[in-house]
Design a protein around this ligand. Structure first.
Ligand code: TYM
Length: 335
């Protein structure tokens, strides 16, 4: 069993990333390792390039994202923690897989359609090819488990299609088919300003997302001002039908406290948001505050965070090199 997952260094880690992905990464670090498996997490700086990031911000973001992952519970002594750029095999395998993936498959990717918007001609080739690099990221290590938020599910299905076609075309089971693990508790955390759009780093409204570096006051303010409706909370989940913002806040409360949403509703049924929001804010502050404090301490020594990435990359390269060589040989590229 090998767990592999990544995160782009675009801005700070937010509650959607944390509840949808990173919390699972930390849990798998215990569960999968207890079963003899391995966990590998990386900063997807090459994927980060698909959005404009100024060079000095890219370097700083990579360090800060790494420190945030460590503060959230990823232990670099137990998990291999690295950044994509330092393991060139990701890019090399990506090119080889470009010749397996079909244009028709990439044309179906909803994330590309969303991000390119109306100006497809002006979108970068990198944004279009993004899912093939992502396939390389996981196939390179024969990943079995890939913990991600729901928005990445389609990309993982594409990775399986690429692996299957490669194995068929070359007549051997070289690649393991990776399986996505989507958090049951928080598959898709929504914006605090709009229950119809996901919480995202690219949302221009600061009030739409809670960041892990936010102060206690900022966290409390964001929940206080979160969009809701005038009704009281219902007794059952069915009662949240058509109330996307209310459902999102209940989901966040349940995911933060590792409780069942139905159980949370049973506690707050009949109460309005005036009563619920402060409870949610307190819970978020109690959970995120200690992570922020560890993060602040880690950022006092950015050099050490950089060295952690370097050591992680060395281990990742050792695992990646034989597999890439095997792929090259299989394709007839090693003479
Ligand atoms: P990224 O950087 O956009 O997000 C990192 C992780 O956070 C999850 N996520 C969410 N989950 C629930 N609710 C939300 N609102 C929310 N927003 C983000 C994402 O699903 C993701 O798991 N392409 C990936 C990075 C990547 C990767 C990989 C992941 C590159 N190579 C290989 C897995 C395997 C991305 O852009 O994630």
């Amino acid at each position: 069993m090998r767990v592999v997952s990544g995160i782009k260094p675009t801005g700070n880690l937010h509650l959607g990333n944390y509840l949808g992905a990173v919390k699972q990464w930390v849990a798998m670090q215990d569960d999968i390792q207890a079963k003899g498996g391995e966990t590998m997490y990386f900063i997807a700086d090459l994927h980060g390039l698909t959005e404009w990031i100024a060079p000095d911000a890219m370097a700083a973001n990579t360090i800060e994202m790494t420190a945030t992952l460590i503060a959230a519970g990823i232990d670099p002594e137990r998990s291999i923690l690295f950044n994509q750029t330092r393991v060139p095999q990701h890019s090399e395998l990506s090119w080889l897989l470009n010749n397996v993936a079909r244009v028709g498959w990439l044309n179906r990717m909803t994330q590309f359609k969303d991000k390119a918007g109306k100006n497809r001609e002006g979108a970068s080739v990198g944004l279009y090819d993004y899912p093939v690099l992502m396939a390389a990221d996981v196939l390179l290590y024969n990943a079995t488990h890939v913990p991600v938020g729901e928005d990445q599910k389609q990309h993982l299905e594409l990775a399986r299609d690429i692996a299957t076609k490669f194995n068929n075309d070359y007549g051997r089971e070289l690649f393991t088919l990776p399986e996505s693990f989507i958090s049951k508790a928080a598959p898709r955390i929504m914006s605090l300003r709009d229950g119809a759009s996901k919480m995202s780093k690219s949302n221009p409204s600061e009030m739409s997302l809670v960041k892990l570096i936010d102060s206690d006051d900022q966290i409390a303010e964001k929940f206080r001002k979160a969009k809701t409706d005038p009704d009281v909370l219902p007794e059952t989940m069915d009662g949240l039908e058509g109330r996307a913002e209310a459902r999102n806040l209940i989901t966040i409360y349940a995911a933060l406290s590792d409780r069942d949403p139905a159980d949370v509703l049973a506690q707050f049924a009949g109460q309005g948001f005036g009563a619920f929001k402060p409870e949610l804010a307190d819970l978020a502050v109690a959970t995120l505050g200690p992570i922020r404090e560890r993060l602040t301490r880690l950022l006092d020594d950015r050099g050490e965070v950089g060295r952690i990435l370097e050591r992680g990359a060395e281990k990742a390269r050792d695992l990646a090199a034989p597999l890439l060589l095997d792929v090259q040989r299989t394709m007839g590229l090693q003479i």
